[in-house]
Design a protein around this ligand. Sequence first.
Ligand SMILES: Cc1cc2nc3c(=O)[nH]c(=O)nc-3n(C[C@H](O)[C@H](O)[C@H](O)COP(=O)(O)OP(=O)(O)OC[C@H]3O[C@@H](n4cnc5c(N)ncnc54)[C@H](O)[C@@H]3O)c2cc1C
Length: 397
Amino acid sequence: MTDRDYGVPLSEADRDFRDEIRDFLAAALTADIRAVPRTDCERLDRMRLWQRKLHDARLAAISWPTEFGGRRATPVQQLIFNAEMAGARAPEPINRSAINQLGPTIIQWGTDEQRDYYLPRILSADDVWCQGFSEPDAGSDLASLTTRALIRDDELVITGQKVWTSKAHYANRIYLLARTDPNATPREGISYILADLDTDGIDVRPIRQISGGAEFSEVFFQDVRVPLRNVLGPLHDGWRVAKSTLGYERVGQSRTHRIERRLDILLGMAKEPNALSESGFEDTFVTDHLVRFTAQVEALRQIAAQATAAGVRGMSPGPEASMAKLLTSEVDQAMANFGLDLAGAAGTLEPGSPSAAKKGNVAKSYLLMRAATFGAGTSEIQRNVIAERLLGLPRDP
Ligand SMILES: Cc1cc2nc3c(=O)[nH]c(=O)nc-3n(C[C@H](O)[C@H](O)[C@H](O)COP(=O)(O)OP(=O)(O)OC[C@H]3O[C@@H](n4cnc5c(N)ncnc54)[C@H](O)[C@@H]3O)c2cc1C
């Protein structure tokens, strides 16, 4: 990889850092980490193991301050890290969202006791966290959440329901929003709470997805008692704390890993005889698509790099992050659709079927990608952000 591949010139220190990452990857990406997991649980175990390896090399959260186990990485170092991980096809750490979102939120809002207890456990993957924000009637409009937490002496008593909680069936802790002051306006009277998932009264029910997997769950709370000291940030002012978490959401790991890999797979499929042409690279319909995807992926790498750099500098990624999220998910979805076109009928067969294209991964990707334009904020919401904050159009009422 040349300096140009990171989109920025590298200093001597940056090159040393890049070499350190490459040495780490050469040693740590062992066959057991690279092997294709047979089950969802095996995949998650592997992500946990990978995070432990990152942690041992002090690479689990390089953008965190050094006093909390990070390296206070510069934006360029973060870009190098992301590019090297993507290039080596390293797995994601199990706590990716806790590293990118919850950890920085605890650093910003937590008490010393909360920082000392939770942060090391996020890094070492002794704890695996999930995010309990969305509810059946509160997704894009998160402020309409109705899960409530009554204050009883030095405890909170939580009742309500969360939904689409990724990894809840595997995690042991959840950070959630609940209404602690029922008389306040929708964005006030909310608190940000850290809870153990094995507390009495919590029921995690995995949701079976169209792809056959069950990567997220419904989480029910019935009179769940949590110590008041588990509130993160000011009581009743959790909306501000949640805004920090959402602001950190796309900082850290580059989100272009997956589309770069998908583009490679499409190029490979197009090279071979496929459902659209005998030799894909000579068919203008196929090449038009591939050229457009290649240009879009390159543009996205640049946008994601800008968003990462802004985030690492402590600036809100703002409209750049919304552009990156919107385009990444829509390009990813379009590529998964095109994979199905290239594979033809064999592309509709699921894993396990002997004639399935790419061992069923074409069908699986197509189905999984339906969710891409919803998770982490829907395409419509990203368009609203871009319209209001980048184009200066009137606010969505
Ligand atoms: C893969 C995946 C993983 C997820 N993981 C988690 C998780 O771990 N934790 C968690 O808390 N949540 C999670 N979510 C939930 C996610 O945050 C919500 O799905 C998302 O915020 C949208 O909310 P909703 O599903 O209630 O849809 P709604 O908000 O009800 O939206 C329905 C439709 O209306 C449109 N719409 C809504 N408001 C507007 C508007 N103002 N202008 C224009 N159009 C609008 C939306 O774009 C969408 O098309 C996950 C979702 C997915 C798909």
